[in-house]
Design a protein around this ligand. Sequence first.
Ligand code: FRU
Length: 496
Amino acid sequence: MTRYTEPKYRTIFDAKENELEQLREKSAHSSWKPAYHIHPQYGLINDPNGLAYFNGEFHVFYQWYPFDAMHGMKHWAHTKSKDLVNWERLPVALVPVEDYESHGAYSGAALEVDGKLYMYYTGNIKYGPVERSANQNLAIMDKDGTITKYENNPLIEGVPEGYTGHVRDPKVFEKNGRYYMLLGAQRSDLTGAIIVYESENAIDWTFKGELNLKIDFPDSVYMLECPDFFELNGKDVIVVSPQGLKPDGHDYHNIYNVIYVLGELNLDTLTFDVEDYQELEKGFDFYAPQTFAGKNNERLLFAWAGMGEIDYPSDNEQWAHCLSIPRELDIVNGKLVQKPAQELKQLRKNAKAGDVVLETAGSVEIGIGEQYELELDFTGMEADKFGLELFASEKEGLVLEFNRSGKTVSVNREKFEAAFGGEYGFVRSSELEIDDTVKVQVLVDRSIAEVFINDGEVVFTTRVFPNEESNGIRIFADGKVSCSYEKHELAQGISF
Ligand code: FRU
């Protein structure tokens, strides 16, 4: 079958003279470029890929289309760090020039095998605007950082019977001396599934079958993307990005959403006994997360802080999206919680602390900033509604509001000149039991806020595109509330 052609399917090797320099120049001067979040110099990024702590360094790869703020020919871009916060940009790791990846080096994950980093990824193949297939491929990084595509790619050619061309995003792990590969898949009846391959040597793979995830997804779920698997505190955990979930109460309000599943995986019977599953995040811009083992074997996560199908204000500057900060996962009271990775403390400078009491309804400004971390405890609540406004100015502000009688917390990002994504709503919310103290930790970075409530019980990842004067931090309430806070400016962690 002949392959599909469209201008967006070209690689950086096809760039015209000075084209990449011009793209870099055009995007360079944005006031929205994050200072410590991994982001593209130009073009669009999406999923984190190949995450690893390998040979004493952290490696973060990610999906990248260089030529515009749109989804096109995906490359694997590459950054590395010794400390998880200061990132060095490296030459692009995977440029899809081979037949077995003719329409992009799609997402995948890494595993250290025999002292080398094996990076598994999907070769996207398109025969038309819709018709497609997929190959599963391997690239290997040596200790000296040289990356070579495996000479006998693809490892897995095409898709197994019973599935459409939507089979992708390999996650490979070792268990009891064998290797397993999970892939996101779409069944021929257009419903979503996870399929499993098995290998003795991490190179030769055989199809083992479909994972029986005992979850009754509605039939509207048409694809499961980016399956991730790990063990934490004696539990097996799957994190996956289902497409086609419908809003339900406070859940699943984004066009695409992420869930985690706790339980027990049986690799002989390919069943996963589900104890609980939940939406992982409550924010607007969180998708396709991937986890990996950090320096001390702690479970770390990066996500794409973005969402498909939505135009973002930075598109006009020829760049789009960033990754989340690295987060550490834990299971607390039977729930998967996310906290900023400890390493982020290394970016702290210029601390400022204070106490504020609001006696009656009103608001008070507690500071300004563009890249900072704020830790804040609300206590002594008599107010029913209270909260925090970030990126605040006369005209703009991101509103985090706690509602005691309603037992909810919400984030509203409507009040911006460059408001966007309104077709999917400007408010996200969660249930929350509000006791004597509410703990809030916020990381703000020019055009992103990540809000962690009560040590990661509820998390909102939210992009906003403020005017330059919108940098205020306010506390507000409709009655009495006290608040003590500590604010740290955060240093630059990655070049613009
Ligand atoms: C998720 C995803 C993956 C795919 C990649 C392509 O955002 O659609 O399933 O591999 O992005 O960029």
